[in-house]
Design a protein around this ligand. Structure first.
Ligand SMILES: NC(=O)c1ccc[n+]([C@@H]2O[C@H](COP(=O)([O-])OP(=O)(O)OC[C@H]3O[C@@H](n4cnc5c(N)ncnc54)[C@H](OP(=O)(O)O)[C@@H]3O)[C@@H](O)[C@H]2O)c1
Length: 259
């Protein structure tokens, strides 16, 4: 059941495209006022104009420590009832071939920004005994390792692990606050272009992914996997020795590489 005060804001990171943009459209339709953030401010403003709700646009590069702090300062006056840590990206290739700078930025955005915003906003939600945090991980985060996309899989493992641990702590405290992680397989967004890959599996639409994720978030499901194929894959991981699972993942990842 969706229990929420509509006057508190939904903060969505990475709302300038893909899954984040769809989250914004869906939450706007549900009547939530929004705070949207990403680097491409023009795209956020264009989206804001289309949405029939109050929208605050904050341009921020989440790989930057100072921008993350500036974002927190800017949102201080607003009560955040929903945080969707969605911004993120990947990279593909053998570990010795991928660029260090891109991976360091990935760690900043996929791990540090998620950790930082969760740390900053969760205490207020616990105090109010209400709120939702949805961390967009990936099915990659539920696999033991991802050769040829090593850093990306590792960052998403961090997100899934952190989220499940915090969810347990909240449950032990008996609080009515949700934290969960969204773990999709391929979604047809700008992800491929940024990560330099082509999906080996057929992707789902960001519209379906966000709709499914919000439904499960309001039902308070901790690990959200939108497709049956990935649900089955994740189920069978527990029966396979991890070295075999890693070899299978390597095979799958190599099919994506086109360089
Ligand atoms: N697509 C998939 O197959 C897939 C599967 C599983 C999980 N995911 C996860 O889903 C999330 C959304 O990705 P998507 O598929 O929707 O890809 P996308 O269309 O490329 O969107 C990524 C979003 O992240 C933002 N972002 C990237 N770097 C940023 C930075 N330094 N600072 C602030 N914002 C930044 C981008 O905004 P700006 O460029 O404007 O900054 C953009 O809005 C990511 O966490 C991704 O890992 C995607």
């Amino acid at each position: 059941m969706e229990v929420h005060q509509k006057k508190s804001y939904a903060l969505i990171t990475g709302a300038s495209s893909g899954i984040g943009e769809e989250f914004a459209k869906k939450l706007a339709k549900k009547g939530y006022p929004l705070i949207l953030t990403a680097r491409r401010e023009e795209r956020l403003k264009k989206l804001a104009k289309k949405l029939k709700t109050q929208v605050i646009v904050i341009e921020a590069d989440l790989s930057s420590d100072s921008d993350r702090n500036r974002l927190i300062e800017k949102i201080r006056p607003y009560e955040i009832g929903i945080l969707i840590n969605n911004a993120g990206f990947g990279d593909c290739g053998a570990f010795t071939n991928t660029r260090l700078e891109k991976e360091m930025n990935m760690i900043e955005v996929n791990i540090k920004a998620v950790h930082f915003l969760t740390k900053k906003l969760l205490p207020g939600m616990l105090k109010n005994n209400s709120g939702y945090i949805l961390n967009v991980a990936s099915s990659a985060g539920l696999f033991p390792a991802g050769p040829y996309m090593a850093a990306y899989y590792a960052t998403k493992s961090y997100v899934a692990s952190l989220t499940r641990a915090i969810a347990h702590e909240i449950k032990e405290r008996g609080k009515n606050v949700y934290i969960g992680c969204l773990c999709p397989g391929p979604v047809n967004t700008e992800f491929n272009a940024v990560a330099d890959v082509e999906f080996a599996l057929k992707g789902i639409s960001p519209e379906f992914c966000s709709r499914y994720a919000l439904k499960k978030m309001f039902q308070k499901k901790t690990v959200i996997i939108p497709t049956l194929t990935l649900k089955l894959a994740v189920f069978f991981i527990r029966f396979l020795p991890s070295n075999i699972m890693i070899a299978l993942t390597a095979h799958q990842q190599k099919r994506k590489l086109y360089r």
